[in-house]
Write a protein that binds this ligand. Structure first.
Ligand code: CA2
Length: 149
């Protein structure tokens, strides 16, 4: 069984409680439960975190370097601002999938650029919270194909 880190950036603790027309009705606790179910179907384990503080996300990426076989990350607004999160992800040598609940390309121009996409092996946007489950499936399949090498 491998470990996948699922990391969430600022304000995602409000998921399902505000702006449902953009981010849907599922809470972050619902998303975590979905991720745990899919991961366990795939024989994987997850650590699921959310923070409003950039340094905590960086610290979890550093921790993941030691123990994780992949990262799923929704950096939220840090997507568009954080070279520090990009630098941390660049030190992580396993698969990274970036997730956005909304279609950032359909929104304001400042959401069109992602620092994290410079490192991500794949990006999912606009598929709602289901994007997290798909990202876990992709990480699990990359972990399995890596095992075969
Ligand atoms: O679509 C996404 O998942 C985003 O990463 C969400 C970020 C936004 O800054 C990115 O451009 C796209 C915002 C997360 C805020 O989450 C909230 C959830 C519910 C209510 C209010 C904010």
């Amino acid at each position: 069984m491998s470990l996948i880190y699922v990391l969430n950036g600022p304000n995602l603790n409000l998921l399902g409680k505000r702006q449902p027309h953009i981010y849907g009705h599922e809470t972050l606790a619902d998303v975590e439960a979905d991720c745990r179910r899919v991961a366990s179907e795939l024989g994987q384990d997850i650590r699921f975190h959310q923070s409003n503080r950039e340094y905590e996300i960086i610290d979890w990426i550093h921790e993941a370097r030691e123990v994780a076989a992949g990262i799923v990350i929704n950096p939220a607004a840090f997507t568009h601002t954080s070279v520090a999160i990009l630098d941390a992800l660049n030190t992580f040598e396993q698969p990274v999938i970036e997730v956005h609940i909304s279609n950032v390309h359909k929104r304001e121009a400042f959401r069109h650029h992602s620092f994290v996409s410079h490192r991500a092996d794949g990006v999912i946007a606009g598929l709602g919270t289901e994007g997290y489950q798909l990202a876990i499936r992709r990480v699990a399949s990359l972990i399995k194909s890596g095992d075969k090498k």
